[in-house]
Design a protein. Structure first.
Length: 127
């Protein structure tokens, strides 16, 4: 069953890519056209979302590879840390995505909301 939070996975991933690029303004989103996310179709997004859903049910250090053989979009996800933050379970996921020859990756943090859905959360700042 697809969770609400992973249904919005690609939108949030776009934001993460935006932040990682260090761009200061929204008008500079032109670069997304050349990122893997810009080249993924709905089927690619569905395969990626299913992989995230599967990964969230697994223990730390689990790796899930995903691929759409019709488009060759693919990637790897690894949950590498589960922790509690303000009474909520959170998980860090390292991801690599490739589509149409473009590659990118990063780390996302998901926390489980009171309703049981996984929600994107900002990465914790190192103190």
């Amino acid at each position: 069953m697809k969770s609400e939070s992973t249904g919005r996975f690609l939108s949030c991933l776009t934001i993460i890519v935006f932040l990682q690029a260090g761009l200061a303004t929204a008008q500079n989103l032109f670069f997304l056209r050349e990122s893997p996310i810009g080249w993924m179709d709905e089927a690619d997004q569905a395969v990626l979302t299913a992989a995230v859903d599967a990964l969230l049910e697994q223990p730390d250090e689990t790796v899930v590879d995903w691929a759409n053989p019709d488009t060759t979009a693919q990637g790897r996800l690894k949950v590498f840390e589960t922790h509690e933050d303000y009474g909520t379970v959170c998980r860090n996921i390292k991801m690599r995505i490739e589509a149409k020859g473009r590659k990118d990756g990063g780390i996302v943090r998901l926390c489980k909301a009171e309703d049981g859905a996984w929600k994107f959360a900002p990465n914790k700042l190192e103190s």
